[in-house]
Design a protein around this ligand. Structure first.
Ligand code: ATP
Ligand code: MG
Length: 565
């Protein structure tokens, strides 16, 4: 039935998680001869880092086993779905390295087939139209300790069921008046199996099928049959579907169609954020963030805008692996992966986040020198740019102290430091305001130290970054912190909601002074601001008014913490 077959697979030589172990077993047993997975998002929101785990897993299996992975939109709920979401999902999956060629499918493409399957179940006496209200159905479902009660409509004849189901399709009934249910067992220990609903009436326009349908199939009916139609071998989903597997198998067995294997793994949870589309939609709609791609959001587009790379996210997903036990991963691990990646790849420039003026009194007033500076110290990242040097500079306020603590190797009165790639300077005096706070630092430079090298073998301990005040471009820099103040948002105390833990300081905007070469940096190109961290130009900016997002700081508290453990 499938359009294209994945080639016969052999077990690849990667480390074995429980899913790969299972697949290897299936291949060894000859149960399947290839691996064909799918990533099945519902287009009712933007993808988040939790979805990235599923994308890396499904597309990763296809890659490792020389199989295929389909992109399937699970679009059975007309009310919440939208083409805006479809477009964003496509973009995000592709960005993360997912390749589905022409295998882009929609559950809604199967509506006609699914309808035929439903009629077949009715004809086989395995489904019936129930006319109880939603409340009655819920009430009669029973509980974990109490069996359900059979519906008074359960034993309608095949003819009556077919007639009602066709009229449901024709739009003769209003929402909620009838549903189609599987006829399984109202006393089943697994509540999912107590005559689950397969179809409901919804007079709503669908983003792809328009007004064609007045009835829509439920997830449990749609998903297994979509997998079957596409020839999926391993249908990998998250743990909350464990109890639904019995129904997944029941539907396929009842219809005697090709049978994929459902395998469940643990959802990803990350500290200080929420990974639920419902909650993320709320943050966007209520204006708690600037949009789906706000760099504080755990969405793929938010992380991208913040400067995270696909490779870093893939690395993160590889490190967390897949398991069956739920766990909460530290946000710091994600940042660690980003830092690792960018450390090797991001070119380095100079910017001053908290500027204080520095005047080199013995440097000619109208002179400018243009230094050719490499974008990495050890030359591992190719490239150079020209950096202007002049008499008046900005340096980082924190690099100067009136009362330096012990072992302070940066600037204070009488101290000599190196200005990165430029000159040795010695601080001679400082102008303070009426509160005694430094305003202007005065220095002299040693012309013999051009390029930042020692003229006579004398050593300086500190090297600081700088920008020429005349040439520097003011840039808006957005500094981000966790979106929430609570680490585990699954654990919100009673009487509170996740919104009570929004971090009021998650965004801080400052004006930095950046070297001219940075102003023209295209959006999305993450760079290192020397000694400060990784920063990514934001699409809000222009060369005249640049805007940068701080991707991550340089400081790696996560790795240090891990070492201590
Ligand atoms: P949400 O709870 O955020 O709305 P969902 O599961 O309803 O997520 P889907 O669009 O149905 O969202 O998800 C598509 C695929 O991504 C599913 O296979 C789902 O299991 C997987 N997925 C969703 N969230 C996570 C997560 N946090 N960790 C791992 N996989 C996830
Ligand atoms: Mg879902």
């Amino acid at each position: 039935m499938t359009q294209e077959r994945a080639v016969p697979a052999e077990a690849p030589e990667t480390s074995l998680d429980f899913i790969r172990t299972r697949i290897n077993q299936d291949l060894a047993d000859g149960r399947y001869t290839c691996v064909h997975t799918r990533f099945p998002p519902e287009p009712n929101g933007y993808l988040h880092i939790g979805h990235a785990k599923s994308i890396c897993l499904n597309f990763g299996l296809a890659r490792d086993y020389h199989g295929l992975c389909n992109l399937r939109f699970d679009d059975t709920n007309p009310v919440k779905e939208d083409t805006e979401y479809v477009d964003s999902i496509r973009e995000d999956v592709r960005w993360l390295g997912g390749e589905w060629d022409d295998r882009e499918f929609y559950a809604s493409d199967y509506f006609e087939k699914l309808y035929e399957f439903a009629e077949q179940l009715i004809r086989d006496g395995k489904a019936y139209v129930d006319s109880q209200s939603a409340d009655e159905i819920r009430e009669n479902r029973g509980t974990l300790t109490r069996p359900g009660t059979e519906s008074p409509y359960r034993n309608r004849s095949v003819e009556e069921n077919l007639d009602l189901f066709r009229r449901m399709r024709a739009g003769e009934f209003t929402d909620g008046t009838h549903v189609l249910r599987a006829k399984i067992d109202m006393a089943a220990p697994n509540i999912v199996m107590r005559d689950p609903t397969l179809y409901r009436i919804r007079h709503a326009a669908h983003h792809r099928t328009g007004d064609t349908w007045k009835i829509y199939p439920m997830y449990d009916f749609t998903h297994c049959l979509s997998d079957s139609i596409e020839g999926i071998t391993h249908s990998i989903c998250t743990l909350e579907f464990v109890n639904n597997r019995e129904l997944y198998d029941w539907v396929l067995d009842a219809l005697q169609v090709y049978h994929p294997q459902q395998i469940e793994f643990a959802r990803l949870g990350i500290t200080y954020t929420v990974l639920s589309k419902r909650k993320l939609i709320h943050l966007v709609k209520e204006g708690h963030v600037r949009g789906w791609d706000d760099p504080r959001m755990p969405t793929i587009c938010g992380l991208r805008r913040r400067g995270f790379t696909p490779e870093a996210i893939q690395d993160f997903c590889a490190r967390i692996g897949v398991a069956r036990a739920e766990n909460l991963v530290e946000y710091g691990l994600l940042e660690f992966c980003v830092r690792e990646q960018l450390n090797a790849l991001a070119p380095r420039y100079m910017a001053v986040l908290d500027p204080i003026k520095l005047i080199i009194d013995n440097y000619p007033e109208d002179q400018t020198e243009w230094f050719d500076m490499p974008v990495s110290q050890d030359g591992t990242i190719p490239g150079e740019r020209k950096v202007p040097f002049a008499r008046e500079l900005y340096i980082e306020r924190d690099d100067f102290r009136l009362d330096p603590p012990k072992k302070f190797h940066r600037l204070y009165q009488g101290a000599e430091v190196r200005l990165r790639y430029a000159y040795y300077i010695t601080c001679t005096s400082v102008e303070c305001d009426e509160n005694g706070l430094p305003q202007v630092i005065h220095c002299t430079y040693d012309p013999q130290s051009r390029g930042g090298s020692s003229p006579d073998g004398r050593k300086v301990k500190g090297t600081i970054h700088w920008v020429s005040s005349r040439h520097a471009v003011p840039a808006e820099v957005r500094l981000y912190d966790h979106l929430f103040t609570l680490a585990n948002l699954n654990d919100v105390p009673e009487g509170k909601t996740f919104l009570d833990f929004l971090n009021p300081d998650s965004l801080k905007i400052i004006t930095a002074m950046i070297e001219p070469a940075l102003a023209a940096m295209p959006a999305g190109k993450t760079v290192q601001f020397e000694r400060l961290g990784y920063f990514c130009p934001d699409p809000d900016g222009t060369p005249e008014k640049p805007v940068f997002n701080r991707t991550v700081t340089l400081k790696d508290s996560w790795a240090k913490q891990e070492q201590r453990r």
